[in-house]
Design a protein around this ligand. Structure first.
Ligand code: HEC
Length: 220
């Protein structure tokens, strides 16, 4: 004798069997097919809605590393009362750009806060050298430096690799401006022209500089 519950279970099994069978024969849609249809309809709809919400209009500048400049343009670019467009000045922060170059290239040796590494790499923080003639500093970065040098009263005799092939004139100007104005240093900004001129004047040079060779530019 079947109980009510047994009968219910048996019927469920029958429905499930019939359903799978019809599904595999491609016949009348049972609950399994309905679920499959719903998935086929809703998954694309949800995908499209997701893209619409999060694609940012497929804007190519959305993840642009200088997107903050784009935002500043947008913030400044509102039209004025008479309807004419205000002129927009792009804000380029040389210290920020210089810091990026410092962190990528120089930090490995001169360390996070320009404090250097005793016995190996001289400091740039509060180094009298850093505030000297930009034409001298440009030469150090362009062609490197070796041999004895005294920085903040401490003697070093090590090697700084030439970086003129890695960095453009503008990048050298930016990174020198940064180190001349960071960590309590108070040097002036370095112009790209000064670096370009140093590169031209020393274009035939392959060797790293020594302190003695740099004497002609050790003028302030
Ligand atoms: C491979 C390590 C290394 C890297 C990278 C490096 N330097 Fe140097 N730097 C040195 C060493 C070593 C000296 C001292 C050389 C010597 O003993 O003659 C020096 C000296 C200097 C000096 C003069 C001395 C002083 O401490 O003030 C300046 C200025 C300087 N580096 C700036 C830079 C800048 C700017 C960068 C990045 C663009 C840079 N260096 C990247 C190792 C490095």
């Amino acid at each position: 004798m079947m109980s009510d519950d047994d009968r219910k279970l048996a019927r469920k099994d029958l429905i499930a069997d019939a359903d799978l069978a019809s599904f595999s024969r491609g016949q009348s849609p049972g609950p399994v097919r309905v679920t499959a249809y719903l998935a086929m309809i809703f998954i694309p709809i949800i995908s499209v809605l997701y893209l619409w919400r999060y694609s940012a209009g497929f804007d190519s500048q959305q993840y642009w590393e200088r997107s903050e400049i784009a935002e500043q343009i947008a913030a400044l670019g509102g039209s004025s009362a008479d309807g004419s467009q205000d002129s927009v000045e792009v804000v380029f922060d040389p210290i920020k750009e210089g810091r990026k170059i410092y962190q990528t290239i120089c930090m490995a040796c001169h360390q996070v806060n320009g404090q250097g590494l005793p016995g190996a790499f001289p400091p740039l923080a509060e180094s009298a050298w850093v505030e000297k003639n930009p034409a001298l500093l440009a030469r150090i970065v362009l062609h490197g430096l070796h041999g004895p040098i005294t920085v903040n009263g401490t003697a070093y005799n090590s090697v700084m690799a030439p970086l003129g092939a890695v960095l453009s004139d503008e990048q050298i100007a930016l990174v020198l401006t940064y180190v001349r104005q960071e960590w309590g240093n108070a040097g002036s900004a370095v112009e790209t022209d000064v670096v370009a001129q140093a590169r031209n004047e020393s274009s035939g040079r392959a060797a790293m500089w020594t302190v003695e060779e740099l004497a002609p530019w050790d003028t302030n």
